[in-house]
Design a binder for this molecule. Structure first.
Ligand code: FAD
Length: 468
């Protein structure tokens, strides 16, 4: 359905300037897409979807005018940061207007360990500025060089740093968010502390994030380390123990099953055939102790290099989190993936997956810290180290993928399903009723990224077959 009438387009051009309203086929296609193509299921569902137009505001006043115009015209509004999401989060299901927020990119202040920023600022820019001032981001995705703050908070979950600070929904990481409502007279709403959680990871369905205050961590100088071993269990025991050693200051704890390390082409001279690998970022002052501890456990250190400051490549993080999946797909396009949270008996769960799907699943593990309240929806908020990860799957068919997902559920593996664009299935949403209520308050016409919040009762654009 075409929602961008000539009248709406003329108004958008008047507000943002003619050069900032994109309607040409090539750029429109590119700006309507993200990394959903990691999933063969999402490829089938989303390949043909695109916006009617993309608008690129430079300032909040322009954004407000754009949203008001769309609200009057009844056109869908889909926010876009850098477009690195991998659930098709910023792909418009019903056409309409994509609002590219990457030019609202100022760091407004960096004081007292809090970064107050506009939504389009790149995380890499914030990280560099924070480090120059003696701080660092508490957590960031492996796409931190390119991804925007708004996209991370609305589409991401955590990543580098989450072994110490948890993800975006860990208490205290986000101090405040300010969102713009989608109405004919758009309003600003500021949410603070725990209240922010209802606006996070909602794919731009609960308002447009226009400003955020992120708490930072004191800066640490890190070393980047790779350990490798032929014996999976020995490496797993050591890596798991390292993740749980609270006195070691860490930003990353990742383990890969062979042959996953063979996909990392630039690292081949450091890696050995048939050896599983662990990647760590640890405080430089403790790196020697960590290496000695590994060697005492019979595990060799294969690579040791400082993380440069200000940040400059090489970055080991370029091979972790969902970057691992990218290296695998580049090696063999038949790979796809899962996003998994394992339970306390993760060793038993790995064994069961190997028994039921021999050779089909390759383990890629990421350790994080959360609290039991966040991870298991209990009242207890004790900090716990959790084993999760982004296992690779050799794709055979959608039916086989569904069998794997079903088996994971059966044996207690939490799956943030990356083969659906519905936000409810793509993460842990213990507060989904609050998210729905916020959407009702800020988006009375149901125009914000329509179709993505499956349990929201009203989608004015839904026609049978239009969504999954
Ligand atoms: P986009 O993709 O542009 O947007 C993401 C979602 O947020 C969309 O629904 C969009 O509509 C919405 N949105 C964007 N800006 C706003 C706004 N201002 N207001 C309201 N809604 C908005 N994610 C992780 O969490 N951790 C990882 O480690 C990680 N690794 C990745 C590695 C690779 C190689 C890839 C391809 C993806 C990875 N991701 C990861 C997913 C993604 O890169 C991150 O979540 C990233 O932070 C998204 O930022 P973005 O600016 O690209 O957002």
């Amino acid at each position: 359905m075409i929602h961008a009438t000539e009248e709406l387009l003329a108004e958008l051009r008047r507000i943002a300037g003619p050069d900032n309203v994109v309607t040409e086929a090539g750029p429109l296609e590119a700006l309507s897409k993200d990394f959903y193509w990691y999933s063969p299921v999402l490829r089938r569902l989303l390949d043909a979807k695109r916006a009617d137009a993309v608008v690129r505001p430079r300032a909040l006043a322009e954004l407000r005018g754009i949203v008001a115009a769309c609200a009057r015209a009844g056109a869908p509004v889909v926010a876009r940061g850098a477009g690195t999401g991998n659930y098709g989060q910023c792909v418009p299901l019903h056409g309409g207007i994509v609002v590219d927020l990457s030019r609202l990119d100022r760091i407004l202040s960096l004081e007292g360990g809090v970064a107050r920023v506009e939504p389009g600022v790149r995380l890499g820019t914030v990280e560099a500025a924070a480090r120059a001032a003696g701080w660092e981001l508490r957590c960031m995705p492996s796409t931190w060089v390119k991804a925007t703050m708004g996209g991370f908070l609305c589409g991401g979950s955590g990543g580098i740093g989450s072994i110490t600070w948890g993800g975006i929904n860990a208490p205290g990481n986000v101090k405040s968010v300010t969102i713009l409502t989608c109405e004919e007279n758009p309003r600003l709403i500021r949410l603070e502390e725990e209240e922010t959680l209802k606006a996070l990871h909602t794919y731009g369905t609960t308002g447009l994030l226009v400003e955020t205050e992120m708490r930072l961590a004191p800066k640490v100088d890190y070393d980047q380390l790779i350990f490798s071993a032929r014996d999976w269990d020995r490496l797993l025991d050591w890596t798991d123990a390292a993740a749980r050693r609270a006195e070691w200051r860490k930003r990353l704890v990742t383990q890969f099953e062979w042959p996953v390390p063979s996909f990392f082409k630039p690292l081949q001279r450091h890696l050995k055939a048939d050896e599983h690998a662990t990647f760590l970022l640890v405080d430089r002052a403790q790196a020697g102790e960590v290496v000695r501890d590994a060697e005492a456990a019979g595990i060799a250190c294969a690579y040791h290099s400082p993380l440069l400051d200000p940040p400059r490549p090489p970055f080991l993080t370029d091979f972790t989190w969902n970057h691992t999946t990218l290296w695998a797909i580049q090696s063999d396009p038949a790979f796809t993936y899962l996003q998994a949270g394992f339970g306390p008996d993760f060793r038993g769960q790995f064994a069961e997956l190997a028994r039921r799907f021999p050779g089909e699943i390759l383990l890629h593990l990421e350790w994080t810290v959360g609290n039991s309240k966040m991870l298991h929806a209990t009242a207890d908020s004790a900090a716990i180290v959790a084993v999760g990860g982004i296992p690779l799957v050799r794709f055979r068919s959608e039916e086989r993928l569904a069998e794997i997902l079903e088996c994971c559920r059966e044996i207690g593996i939490f799956i943030a399903n990356p083969h659906t664009f519905y936000l409810e299935e793509g993460g842990r949403h213990t507060n989904i009723s609050e998210k729905r209520a916020l959407k009702a308050e800020v988006d009375p016409k149901g125009l914000l990224n329509p179709g993505k919040m499956r349990t929201y009762p009203y989608n004015p654009f839904d026609t049978p077959g239009a969504t999954a």
